[in-house]
Design a protein around this ligand. Structure first.
Ligand SMILES: *Cc1c(COP(=O)(O)O)cnc(C)c1O
Length: 255
């Protein structure tokens, strides 16, 4: 399967759209089954875990198909690709876009115009930039609501891979909570490469538990991807971000 993202914005033939729709519907069904089973195994309520389709590198036409299949929330990780895609899908109502990829400070202005939630906030500078940008976007009517913010935790403490180290988490959480235009929604993490996801998600769950003691509204735990969503659900994930298992292989791997 290869659904390259190079044809963003083009219209597929009717037959192509139909077979892609069948493919995505089947993949969604398989994922729902996996999430159901993981919730049952963990003794959790299925309603407590959201599936966030990750559509990076895939064309807007795929998002339209998923919209017809009932999906309203989508994750993107590259700011430029996402703003173009979101702009081309302005006719779809009630969409909620999530920015899940690394965010440069100079992209804050643009990202707050399309994203409901940013999962990858990891520094004071980015928090300040997002607060200022959201204030401006609200002032000129580009958005109404505060920006929902998840702090990305670095579980391998490697600054090159993004995320805030656990020691700095409380301070950054307070900063977000005190920002007028931001809402602290929870935590996000990607397990370190080659690490045991079970240990990584267990550590994340502990950090989330501690955060909830001081910020009870920060209930979101964005954890788990195509390969490890069951483990993440066992450790309290409320949002699994799934690309490959839904959309197929990406033309090139990111992150
Ligand atoms: C691409 C991406 C995903 C989806 O990963 P898959 O393994 O393809 O499911 C999840 N989270 C982030 C931050 C991503 O960049």
């Amino acid at each position: 399967m290869n659904h390259a993202g190079s044809d963003i914005g083009t219209t597929e033939s009717g037959a192509g759209t139909q077979s892609r729709e069948a493919e995505l519907a089947a993949a969604l069904g398989r994922l729902e089954d996996r999430i159901d089973a993981a919730c049952r195994a963990a003794g959790r309520d299925r309603a407590g875990v959201r599936l966030l389709p990750v559509t990076k590198y895939f064309p807007a036409s795929d998002v339209e198909i998923l919209y017809r299949l009932g999906r309203r929330e989508f994750g993107e990780s590259r700011e430029q690709e996402a703003s173009a895609k979101v702009a081309s899908l302005g006719h779809l109502s009630q969409m909620r876009w999530h920015m899940i990829g690394r965010l440069q400070r100079n992209k804050a202005k643009s990202v707050v115009r399309w994203a409901d939630t940013v999962h990858s906030v990891d520094s004071e500078r980015v928090v300040r930039a997002l607060d200022t940008a959201t204030a401006a976007a609200r002032a000129d009517g580009a958005r109404a609501d505060p920006l929902r913010v998840l702090l990305q935790v670095s579980l391998d403490r490697d600054p090159a891979r993004g995320g805030v180290v656990p020691d700095d988490l409380p301070m950054l959480a307070d900063q977000v909570a005190e920002s007028e235009n931001l809402q602290l929604a929870g935590l996000m993490a990607i397990p370190p490469l080659d690490a045991d996801p079970d240990a990584a998600f267990a550590e994340l769950a502990g950090l989330h538990h501690a955060l909830l003691a001081t910020h009870p509204g920060a209930t979101e735990l964005s954890a788990g991807m195509s390969g490890d969503l069951e483990v993440a659900i066992r450790h309290g994930s409320t949002c699994v971000r799934v690309g490959t298992a839904l959309m197929g292989e990406r033309p090139i791997t990111s992150q």
